[in-house]
Design a protein around this ligand. Sequence first.
Ligand code: DGL
Length: 246
Amino acid sequence: MRAGVFDSGVGGLTVVKSLIEKKIFKEIIYFGDTARVPYGVKDKNTIIRYSLEAVEFFKNFNIDILIAACNSVSAYAIEEMREVAPFKVVGVIEPGVKALQRKIDDKNAKILILGTKATISSKKYEKLLIKEGFNNLISIAPSLFVPIVEEGIFKGEILEVTMRHYFKNIENPKAVILGCTHFPLIKDEIQKYFKSAALIHSGEAIVEYIKSNYGYDKNFSKTDLKLFASENPENLKRVARLWLKG
Ligand code: DGL
């Protein structure tokens, strides 16, 4: 089984980490559109156009499934990608909602959705959650988290001040959806802030979703990873060495 993983940049490596840990693919081809990151501040049509170009890239590989690790792509471009792709295409939003449902029974529970501006303004998480009966939703776009994580800051004062800035009016959510590829890297700090909240991680959610919806439950001895970037692939490889270790 060979999967493609697509992200706007390096962030989708947090999803790759979960996929590699669970060894459900023999090979992963990763493409990060590092020349045009961030997607999360771009409009819908631009995100769709870039995503369709990524589908063309993946047509060069014999992949079984393409995982759009990027929440902003998942918010806007999955249907359009499916129309032109000769392989399956799956985003991370629906799996995230399913993962939340597995953890939270109470439909009145306060759910905090974190994502980029694009993801939050698409209201995709909200629509799916409302359809499932959840009625106490708060959505915010803590945009500064993305450059902070890219700077390699995963804890400490800068992150704490930034969390206080975004979270100051939010009390005790029952669950927090980490609806952006970068946020799993600061999940320990988010967990310290919202101590009793269940955190929903796109990578873990997609593994469960792929296993149950597509029956990908093989356990390969290891997963080979090939990395491609539209700019500066050396940086992607450097970040992969850092984030995927351990
Ligand atoms: N990969 C993006 C996402 O998950 C975050 C970075 C960006 O804005 O491109 O929405």
